[in-house]
Write a protein that binds this ligand. Structure first.
Ligand code: ATP
Ligand code: MG
Length: 351
């Protein structure tokens, strides 16, 4: 019996609705397959917690989390009560940084039963590997006055280590998939960092002779995500480019409510964190209508990460069966509630 200790942070808004739903599904699939079990330890760190304690998590929060095999998170943020920079930096970004979760992975694929906004072929199945620790989102730069003008300078930082580990991770994943990596670049306009990125991409590719490669400029690549997403397998991108591409990936699937994500720690020193792409959705929180699929698919990514790919595959198949059968939430054209969809998924899993 494989037993896993999971830290659970439902967070705010719909996080508190979709996380329990996903855990019920996870327990059901563990029961169906046998051989694995989960123990969940719940941490109420959120904007509610902030209002009571003046911080998003206790001072020893990270030490507490460090002992778990994975962190399963819902969503953080309630801008009406706590400014986003306080809630995000006090919890989410703190965990990502301190736990060296240097890679963000987000799959996007044609999902049975979902209407996509795509007009062309929609049988796509791609995975974006986003560098998650450096690049364009640096804190180096500043603002200066010169003459009668004002200048803002923002430095992008690309280390060989950081770039290489993201690219290498993409190649490793491609080997287990369809054997193709696309690199998001812009070396025709960004003259230092992107040629460097291209060089590292080329260097790493030498170690993977069986993997095909393509480099595409980010502007064209963004367009191709809409016009022909089916040509992509694994796409590797810098922090900013990956941020943009993964939003497009979510929208071409049909709803942000279904999109999953994982923040991966590569050195094994700290746990990885699994959280859906969507936020706390304050506009629909508390109504019981949030789509639980993003959180459930995120649980599937956690299963994959823990080495249970077959179980994960089974889970996703059943979720697609349920969506295709028409039991779905309102964001994807159904009339179901979070509970009804979750119940249907669990019933089908056990069937
Ligand atoms: P963040 O700043 O955390 O990214 P946000 O406010 O930009 O969050 P979301 O919270 O993801 O964005 O919400 C964007 C829109 O998508 C909202 O209208 C929300 O209701 C909808 N939405 C997000 N997640 C879901 C879901 N799981 N089910 C249904 N609708 C959702
Ligand atoms: Mg927001």
């Amino acid at each position: 019996m494989k037993h896993y200790e999971i830290a659970v942070i439902p967070g705010d808004g719909i996080g508190k609705e979709v996380v329990p739903a996903a855990l019920d599904v996870l327990d059901a699939i563990a029961e169906v397959h046998g051989g694995i079990s989960f123990k969940y330890t719940n941490f109420p760190w959120s904007c509610d917690y902030f209002e009571q304690h003046g911080k998003m998590m206790p001072d020893n929060g990270l030490e507490t989390l460090q002992n778990f095999e994975a962190i399963f998170l819902g969503a953080v943020g309630d801008p009406q009560r706590v400014p986003d920079h306080v809630s995000l930096w006090g919890l989410l970004i703190k965990i990502r940084r301190e736990f060296e979760q240097v890679i963000n992975i987000r799959p996007a694929k044609y999902f049975r039963g979902l209407d996509t906004p795509l007009k062309g072929p929609n049988d796509f199945d791609l995975l974006v590997v986003r560098e998650n620790s450096e690049g364009e989102y640096s804190e180096i730069g500043g603002r200066i006055h010169r003459g009668d003008d004002e200048i803002a300078i923002q430095n992008a930082v690309f280390t060989r280590k950081g770039t290489e580990r993201a690219i290498r991770y993409a190649f490793e994943l491609a080997q287990k998939r369809r054997g193709h990596v696309t690199s998001a670049t812009k070396s025709n306009g960004i003259v230092y960092s992107m040629p460097f990125w291209d060089q590292v991409f080329k260097d790493v590719s030498q170690d993977y002779p069986g993997v095909q490669t393509t480099s595409v400029h980010i502007d064209a690549l963004s367009a191709f995500f809409v016009s022909k997403p089916h040509v992509f397998d694994v796409v590797v991108a810098s922090n900013l480019f990956g941020d943009i591409l993964t939003d497009i990936g979510a929208v071409i699937m049909g709803s942000i409510g279904v999109a999953p994500a994982a923040n991966i720690n590569l050195n094994g020193k700290y746990p990885s964190m699994f959280e859906p792409v969507h936020g706390s959705a304050p506009d629909i929180a508390g109504q019981g209508i949030a789509n639980p699929i993003g959180q459930i698919w995120t649980a599937k990514m956690m299963l994959d990460h823990l080495g249970h790919q077959e179980i994960g595959q089974h889970l996703l198949k059943v979720v697609e069966d349920v969506t295709q059968s028409g039991v779905k939430t309102t964001d994807i054209g159904g009339t179901g509630t979070t509970k009804q969809v979750t119940h249907e998924i669990i019933c089908r899993l056990k069937r």
